[in-house]
Write a protein that binds this ligand. Structure first.
Ligand code: UDP
Length: 244
């Protein structure tokens, strides 16, 4: 079931249900899109960037990534069963891909990272078929060649790690040309899977302060995080009235 959060339709699914939904999309064929929605993206989408909102409407599956979205769901009276983050969903889908025989393609991150991530995933899931990898620092005139490479290798799942919203725009520009693929933007996931960046410790994830761990490791993110209080205010204003 979808709920509308600040004009954006978001699926109310557990992680296991999201995985099943993706399996249906893959089985059904065609060009399919997945967005793992975080507060930064949603804030930009509803305040001034309608093209980003349109991409959310076009997506076949939109998950509640980020504690901020889960919190907003509670405030709006439409709680999400749990958080479905890009990296966790990707890891489940890779496990599923190995079991089902789906091929995966990894596009994005610095040169070498997608290959390392693929290697680690193959080690974890020996049957996994990696259709191909490509780094994410290409010039616009190289895009066509990359799209053709992806099409030729015919993956069922395409993970795009260019950061949001560049990855969602990339998918929108190119997915129809690739054709039969389910594509999902995964942000910095390849860096984590390759072991270049470590995720916040479990206790921080449990306390729902993974964002704080990330800020400590990558202080340059503070500017992006300034949007979070603005997002919180917008949610409170919308669902609790201005005088909240
Ligand atoms: N990236 C890329 N090409 C670019 C800019 C970024 O491949 O032109 C990669 C970058 O190396 C990193 C990911 O995109 O692996 C973005 O990670 P970030 O954590 O910033 O994304 P978020 O999860 O916040 O969307």
């Amino acid at each position: 079931m979808k709920v509308t959060l600040l004009k954006a339709p978001v699926d109310r699914l557990t992680m296991a249900q999201a995985e099943e939904r993706v399996a249906e999309l893959v089985r059904g064929g065609g060009a399919r899109r997945i967005i793992t929605l975080n507060p930064e993206y949603l804030y930009r989408a509803v305040l001034g960037e309608p093209d980003l909102l349109e991409l959310v409407h076009k997506a076949d599956l939109v998950t509640a990534d980020g504690e901020g979205i889960v919190w907003a769901g509670r405030v709006a009276g439409t709680p999400f069963p749990e958080r479905v983050t890009g990296i966790d969903l990707m890891l489940r889908l890779v496990r599923r891909a190995a079991a089902e025989g789906w091929k995966v393609y990894l596009l994005g991150a610095a040169p070498g990272v997608a290959e390392e991530a693929a290697e680690n995933l193959r080690r974890r899931h020996p049957g996994l078929q990696v259709a191909g990898t490509h780094h994410g620092y290409f010039k616009p005139d190289e895009e066509q060649r990359i799209v053709e490479d992806i099409k030729k290798t015919a993956p069922q799942l395409l993970f795009v790690a260019l950061g949001a919203p560049a990855q969602e725009k990339w998918i929108d520009r190119n997915i129809e040309r690739i054709g039969n693929v389910t594509a999902m933007g995964v942000g910095g996931s390849f860096d984590v899977i390759a072991g270049r960046v470590t995720r916040a410790p479990r206790w921080m994830q449990r306390l729902k302060i993974e964002w704080l761990g990330r800020l400590i490791r990558e202080p340059s993110r503070w500017r992006r995080m300034l949007v979070l209080p603005k997002f919180a205010w917008l949610v409170l204003k919308t669902y609790r009235g201005a005088g909240c």
